[in-house]
Design a protein around this ligand. Structure first.
Ligand SMILES: Nc1nc2c(c(=O)[nH]1)N[C@H]1C(S)=C(S)[C@@H](COP(=O)(O)O)O[C@H]1N2
Ligand SMILES: [Mo]
Length: 335
């Protein structure tokens, strides 16, 4: 199995698209075409066929729309902003954050436009099971979550390992408040997160087949990282429920780590005594470590991490250790 993964992985430039392609929406498809050449998979061809037309925000939102919340819950959006968190940079335009996404279940390595492929993805009804090393394992459906949790909005920086970055307002609650419901045992040393496993609803998952990528997508944190106040469960973005392409109906947000740690569309959270296997760490452990803290001094084997560029702009910033969140998390790594 690993051999096959490696083969897919090694297709040059396919999975980590050069920033030049995406820095500017106008050049986007033209450059995509030029640079990707014949390396395109099915998803990529569809992008290509769509030509140079620019999608509007309305079209993108419509394509990724979820079922409306029951009326009694609609008052949750927009949630009050937690003023403790500031971007320190301009906010990313909403259209950029909903158009340019990483969601391999739908696109694999050939496209950032998962919004085009999420049509069959059913995000309602949805439930999340929290189990493993805890006294009170539970399965909550999304409405239960909305009723039991206290929602707030947080302005967070996001940094992908591929060097793109964004500043966006998430709606949700700290993961710690959810984990407390199930009463973790002292034997809980790690937390794993598992994404939905429905190939019929996710084109790349289906076309890539079993035995290629280690579906479903999984990620993991240490229990200390999971309980840190920064670690957030998001159900919304820009004051509205998440669109499918951003991980509806519920995803993780870990802003001091590379974006691949922030699993989307989660169905299971498991407290474990051993470090769990994760999707990217299984695919390519030398390039995607389990810890994956943002760090300008540690290059990716194939590119530098010194600087990052903000989606939809030509702006480049110096990468900061822990993505600038050291005051919250540096102590986790000082022992
Ligand atoms: N299930 C799942 N979660 C995922 C991914 C994915 O492919 N599948 N990609 C990750 C990566 S690499 C990043 S950078 C972020 C991107 O979140 P966004 O597309 O909403 O900006 O989601 C992460 N979560
Ligand atoms: Mo990423």
């Amino acid at each position: 199995m690993n051999h096959l993964i490696r083969k897919i992985w090694d297709v040059p430039e396919n999975e980590h698209t050069p920033e030049a392609i995406f820095q500017n929406r106008k050049a986007h498809r033209r450059e995509f075409l030029k640079l990707m050449g014949y390396g395109l998979g099915i998803a990529g061809f569809a992008d290509l066929l769509s030509g140079c037309e620019q999608a509007t925000q309305e079209e993108i939102e419509k394509a990724g729309a979820v079922e409306p919340l029951p009326e009694a819950l609609q008052g949750i959006y927009p949630a009050p902003r937690n003023e403790a968190f500031k971007y320190g940079r301009p906010e990313t335009k909403e259209i950029e954050a909903v158009e340019f996404t990483n969601f391999y279940e739908f696109t694999g390595p050939t496209s950032k436009e998962s919004w085009k492929y999420v049509g069959k993805f059913e995000t309602s009804p949805w439930s999340v099971t929290i189990e493993g090393e805890c006294a009170k394992p539970r399965t909550l459906d999304i409405d239960d979550l909305y009723k039991e949790m206290k929602f707030e909005e947080r302005a967070y920086r996001h940094r992908c390992v591929e060097t793109w970055a964004m500043c966006v307002p998430w709606t949700g609650f700290p993961l710690a408040s959810l984990l407390k419901l199930v009463e973790p045992k002292p034997t809980a040393k790690f937390v794993s997160f598992e994404t939905f496993d429905k190939p019929k609803q996710a084109p790349y998952m289906e076309s890539s087949g079993t035995g290629t990528w280690p579906w479903p997508y999984t990620e993991g944190l240490s229990i200390e990282e999971a309980m840190n106040d920064l670690t957030f469960i998001a159900t919304g973005l820009y004051g509205k429920p998440l669109l499918k392409q951003n991980g509806a109906p519920i995803r993780l947000v870990v802003p001091w780590k590379y974006g691949f740690k922030s699993g989307k569309s989660i169905v299971k959270i498991k407290l474990t005594s051993e470090q769990p296997a994760t999707f990217w760490n299984t695919v390519n452990p030398t390039e995607y470590g389990f810890v994956a803290n943002v760090n300008p001094d540690v290059s990716h084997p194939r590119w530098s991490q010194r600087t990052e560029w903000m989606l939809g702009t030509e702006k480049r910033y110096d990468t900061k250790i822990y993505n600038g969140y050291g005051e919250y998390v540096a102590e986790l790594y000082n022992s």
